[in-house]
Ligand binder design. Structure first.
Ligand code: NDP
Length: 268
């Protein structure tokens, strides 16, 4: 098969990706566009300022969006409706991570994490739902986290918001199923993006930290944004037509490996 007649799974479909300027969102944008989708990136930031421009294969555009702000979401929805006439796939990816003790956490810190990570997906679904009406097999993909299943230290707000996204996913799958809309979440493990690069860079020996991180994963490496994009493509495609209400963990097996004392590790 030549590149020209290779199958494209998202031909003619309109996709919205929040937080798609960089990181995991950007990888989802690029993968779905490469599969034929027209992708609208909703982000605070112009993707051209933080990474490669939008000039490679596929149709991609940026519409400014703050997912925490209902007016911004409404204006975004109007723009997508005017430009494309509807939405087939919504990927709620925009998220922030808040690392501090509960004693240091202010109400404003807590509310900001909830506003981006939880209110944002709620507003996006609420105001883009009318754009999904009458489309062929629409679906919603929420980016949750393994921290919605377990927690790192000092992540009370973040882990709570991600557990909330998993709950929202299940609730919406039940409510929107009768309208023909599938709703799933991806729970990524440790993915190499700016979000946690800064976290690693705070430690003096980056190489050692990265090697230790890799060793936590049965597959022997941390994740790449492309790993999450591949799962998003599957969930958006007809191949996942009977899959809804699921949280798909994509973590290189990290959550599956039971911890054992270091002194016994050689026997494993
Ligand atoms: P990045 O920080 O690399 O990218 C996040 C993007 O979201 C940025 O472009 C950011 O814009 C945008 N964004 C932030 N706030 C808003 C907002 N209010 N409205 C619109 N866009 C906004 O993060 P990642 O790619 O690493 O993470 C993406 C998602 O994956 C998040 O939900 C995160 O929680 C989740 N995740 C990530 C993991 C990882 O290991 N990286 C692991 C598990 C889950 P700006 O640059 O202007 O702030």
């Amino acid at each position: 098969m030549t590149g020209q007649d290779a199958p494209v799974r998202m031909q003619g479909r309109i996709v919205v990706v929040t937080g798609g300027a960089r990181g995991i969102g950007r990888a989802i944008v690029d993968r779905l566009a490469a599969e034929g989708a027209t992708v609208v990136i909703g982000d605070l930031t112009d993707p051209g300022e933080v990474g490669a421009g939008l000039d490679v294969a596929g149709h991609r555009e940026w519409v400014p969006l703050d997912v925490t702000d209902e007016i911004s979401v409404l204006e975004f929805a109007e723009s997508v409706q005017a430009g494309h006439g509807g939405v087939d796939v919504l990927v709620n990816n925009a998220g922030i991570m808040d690392t501090r003790s509960i004693l240091d956490e202010t109400v404003a810190d807590w509310d900001l994490t909830m506003a981006v990570n939880l209110r944002g997906p709620f507003l996006m679904v609420k105001h883009l739902l009318p754009l999904m009406d009458g489309r062929g097999s629409p679906s919603i993909i929420n980016i949750g986290s393994i921290e919605g299943l377990a927690a790192n230290a000092l992540h009370a707000a973040y882990a709570t918001s991600k557990a909330g996204i998993h709950g929202l996913t299940r609730a919406l799958a039940v409510d929107l199923g009768p309208m023909g809309i599938r709703v799933n979440a991806i729970a990524p493990g440790w993915i190499d993006t700016d979000l946690n690069r800064g976290y690693v860079d705070r430690h003096p020996n980056r190489e050692t930290t990265m090697a230790e991180l890799a060793s936590l994963h049965p597959v022997g490496r941390i994740g790449d944004p492309a790993d999450i994009a591949a799962t998003a493509l599957w969930l958006a495609s007809a191949d996942a037509g009977f899959v809804t209400g699921q949280v798909v963990t994509v973590d290189g097996g990290r959550m599956t490996r039971l911890p054992i004392p270091a002194s016994l590790a050689d026997d494993a």
